[in-house]
Design a protein around this ligand. Structure first.
Ligand code: CP
Ligand code: NVA
Length: 310
């Protein structure tokens, strides 16, 4: 199986063909799921899920996905693990490798994931770090393919808002599939420099046009897909009020969308804060896309787990 025994910390680590293969596999698993015929590809296997931040979708979709694949999942909160009391990552990783077949981790610093992966000898899956959210963006790619057709190279995407883990992962994702992406953020909230540099290097191979602008109107012009995300990510709660002011011109509302294609779809990884990064009107008009996107987490993560953990 492709990706067998590998970690999934970043889309940047995947080959161009591996991204397409993963999306095809996820689509296949989605079809089988609808027929109530998900194969038990991970029978007898156990996934550990370490959460150092809150989650609704990631927790439930990984746990249910593992169950559908015939395996089981353990929810491991940082509050209960000795890790939360200072046990080193390198010890935790080596101990858990003796019990489990794979670990999904949601944490703060991306370096924590990298260290976990260095010491674990089972696949480590990034369930979100401050830097990246690869499972979500792979899911978004599947959703874009479903709503807009298969040819990423003919599509143009805009991301409007904070240059956060979602913006960084969209850059990696678009670069791998050859999709044009313009990221619009305030000058002081640009995506990560190193991510942008790596994504541009990947884009040279696929022909993806990656751009940054401060102007949300310029970004959405001609876009087929528009995505946004919260202005205050987990860990930035104290900056919420200040961020609301800074990001106000980046709200995805009807006025902004009047500059986009009429057929443009709006995506959101959720949770959404209506009246901040997106208006209720725009959200509800795109609810079909947004909730399909949420459902697709389940199918894409089953593909990731079955590919890496078998
Ligand atoms: N989109 C997403 O990762 O949602 P949760 O924070 O609920 O897991
Ligand atoms: N950027 C958000 C994504 C939530 C799924 C956060 O990190 O909180």
């Amino acid at each position: 199986m492709f990706l067998k025994g590998r970690d999934l910390l970043s889309i940047h680590d995947l080959g161009v063909d591996e991204v397409e293969e993963l999306l095809d596999f996820a689509a296949e698993l989605k079809t089988m799921c609808k027929m109530d015929a998900t194969p038990h590809l991970l029978k007898g296997k156990t996934l550990g899920m370490i959460f150092e931040k809150s989650s609704t979708r990631t927790r439930v979709s990984f746990e249910v996905g593992m169950f559908q694949l015939g395996g089981s999942a353990l929810f491991l909160s940082n509050r209960d693990l000795q890790l939360g009391r200072g046990e080193p990552i390198k010890d935790t990783a080596r101990v858990l490798s003796r019990y489990l077949d794979g670990i999904m981790i949601r944490t703060f610093g991306h370096d924590r994931l990298v260290e976990f992966a260095k010491y674990a000898d089972i696949p480590i899956i990034n369930g979100l770090s401050d830097l990246l959210h690869p499972c979500q963006v792979l899911t978004d790619l599947l959703t874009i393919r479903e709503f807009k057709g298969k040819r990423f190279k003919d599509l143009k995407m805009a991301y409007v808002g904070d240059g956060n883990n979602m913006a960084n992962s969209y850059l990696y994702g678009a670069a791998k599939v050859g999709m044009a992406l313009t990221v619009a953020t305030p000058q002081n909230h640009k995506p990560n420099d190193e991510v942008f540099k790596n994504a541009l290097a990947d884009a040279e191979k696929t022909g993806a046009q990656l751009q940054w602008t401060e102007d949300p109107i310029a970004a959405v012009k001609d876009a087929d897909v528009i995505a946004t995300d919260t202005w205050a990510s987990m860990g930035q709660e104290a900056e919420h009020d200040e961020r609301k002011k800074i990001f106000a011109p980046y709200q995805v509302n009807e006025e902004l969308l009047s500059h986009a294609h009429k057929s443009a779809i709006v995506m959101h990884c959720l949770p959404a804060y209506r009246g901040e990064e997106i208006t209720d009107e725009v959200f509800e008009r795109n609810a079909d896309v947004i909730f399909e996107e949420a459902e697709n987490r389940l199918h894409v993560q089953k593909a990731i787990m079955a590919a890496t953990m078998r």
